[in-house]
Design a protein around this ligand. Structure first.
Ligand SMILES: Nc1ncnc2c1ncn2[C@@H]1O[C@H](COP(=O)(O)OP(=O)(O)OP(=O)(O)O)[C@@H](O)[C@H]1O
Ligand SMILES: [Mg+2]
Length: 257
């Protein structure tokens, strides 16, 4: 068994695979402020789900921005490489991967073998990330996991003109006080994110197939807003663990350890 752990800004994800690339179990916990604690919980959880002991794990690879908190690793691998390898194993025909996490979003051109040809990353600003969605969900007192349902019910979408998260939040609050429905505001928020992501996709160039990963891929409104702009977008069954899956695959194929 091989373990991959992706310590992201919002979630810490652990995936266990066997030596044939099959996922045995995965476990997702909140990263919070104690990354070591989150890693312990994620690893304990995934071992319990797979019914194995920690010492049965042959090799571990850590990834994500908090990867230095993963113990006993054979090596750490960048999350860009891990996402590319993870999506390649799930959908081998994907050449353009959009990962929208809590803190950053990335568009990756995936090679035929699951390596990274090129990528662009938005890591300086919350706009176009899961954090942007969380701020807006908070302003409207709607759960982040309910945003998709709300936007699907919208007859139209308001225009959110500000790209800055703080200004966009004020805009959302103004629309609420004007009596605009939450559905229309949320649809507008999704459009704003999709526009930012499409600008990043254009920088890399569209090459089919296209996939969407990260926790934000669970938001159906974002998937649809992207599809309206760039065509069909594939989403894995559990998009949030794609990076951890890639890390597990690097652990399996780690020739150096
Ligand atoms: N059930 C859900 N439905 C809709 N959106 C969700 C759901 N769960 C999480 N999200 C969104 O996913 C985001 C977190 O994504 P993810 O776990 O991929 O981030 P991360 O990997 O920790 O961050 P990063 O890669 O930027 O360090 C949250 O900010 C939220 O917007
Ligand atoms: Mg991530």
């Amino acid at each position: 068994m091989y373990l991959g752990v992706d310590v992201g800004s919002i979630s810490t994800d652990a995936v266990l695979i066997d030596n044939k690339n099959n996922i045995l179990a995965y476990h997702i916990v909140k990263s919070g402020f104690d990354h070591k604690g989150a890693v312990n919980m994620a690893v304990k959880g995934v071992c319990e789900k797979a019914g194995i002991r920690y010492k049965d794990i042959i090799r571990i690879v850590g990834t994500g921005y908090g990867r230095r908190n993963v113990p006993d690793i054979c090596k750490s691998v960048t999350e860009i490489s891990c996402h590319a390898m993870g999506i390649h194993t799930i959908f081998p025909r994907v050449r353009t991967l959009i990962d929208i996490g809590g803190q950053d979003s990335k568009v990756i051109r995936v090679s035929d073998e699951g390596f990274v040809d090129t990528f662009v990353m938005n890591d300086k600003c919350a706009a176009g990330t899961g954090r942007f969605l969380e701020v807006m969900a908070n302003a409207m007192d709607v759960g982040v996991d309910k945003l998709g349902e709300y936007s699907l019910r919208a007859a139209k979408a308001v225009k959110i003109s500000s790209t800055c998260t703080v200004f966009a939040e004020s805009e959302v609050i103004s629309r609420i006080s004007e009596g605009v429905s939450e559905e229309e505001i949320i649809a507008g928020v999704h459009n704003a994110i999709a526009d930012r992501i499409v600008a990043m996709v254009s920088a890399v160039g569209i090459k089919e197939h296209i996939a969407l990963t990260g926790g934000v891929a669970k938001n159906m409104g974002i998937k649809i807003a992207l599809e309206e702009r760039i065509g069909r977008v594939l989403v894995p069954e559990e998009p949030q663990v794609t990076g951890a899956l890639g890390a597990a695959l690097y652990a399996l194929n780690c020739g150096d350890c």
